[in-house]
Design a protein around this ligand. Sequence first.
Ligand SMILES: [Zn+2]
Length: 236
Amino acid sequence: MESLLYDKTVSCPVCKHSFTTKKVRSRSLQIVERQDDLNTIYKGINPNYYAVWICPECGYSATENEFDSFNPLHRRVFEENVKSRWNKRSYCGVRGIKEAEETLKLALLIGQLLKKSKSYLGTLCLKLAWLYREASNTKKEREFLQHALTHLTQSYQNERLEGGGIDEITATYLVGELNRSMGNFREAINWYNKTLEHPNIKSRRQLQLKTREQWRLAKEQYDNEKENSNAQATIL
Ligand SMILES: [Zn+2]
């Protein structure tokens, strides 16, 4: 696995400490499976284990894209709530699932504290849900899928999505798919429609086909559910 990783030197934007962290060689990744909610499984490694960079000195944590965008106005709230409580420790080596969970949770906590975008928080929750799926912890998986759904829905309604590392077509598809997995079939269909009606959908052929497939599945599930509740009403 070591060959899939390399060391990157990073400077912490909060305390200026310089440290190395592992990065995944994305060109060496081999896809094993793409799941309906866009979780991709790779051979021999899970890149989400390394999605978050953590400063071992002060505890500042964020994904690579968000790492340098530390707003100095948040320095005090960060120092009071994170730095002062931080037991110096390093996540700079090879990570297991436990470390991956800790890093994503810390990034989520700090992201909430620093009022990062809902789309950023939503994608962190989604990565956590996928981690719990890998660990077969269904209860936690569903809990974090629900958090991801809430954040991404709010993000679509209130934010310009481009800044959060997730584009609008992907976000609407995901909100549809997360609704479907939560059993909100009607809502899912509405979001798949939004995806299919997006002016740029033609440039995303794969996602367009996937959305149509999931639309049909949600419709079937919706019809089944209606039939079952009608049958129940007749019995009652
Ligand atoms: Zn630091």
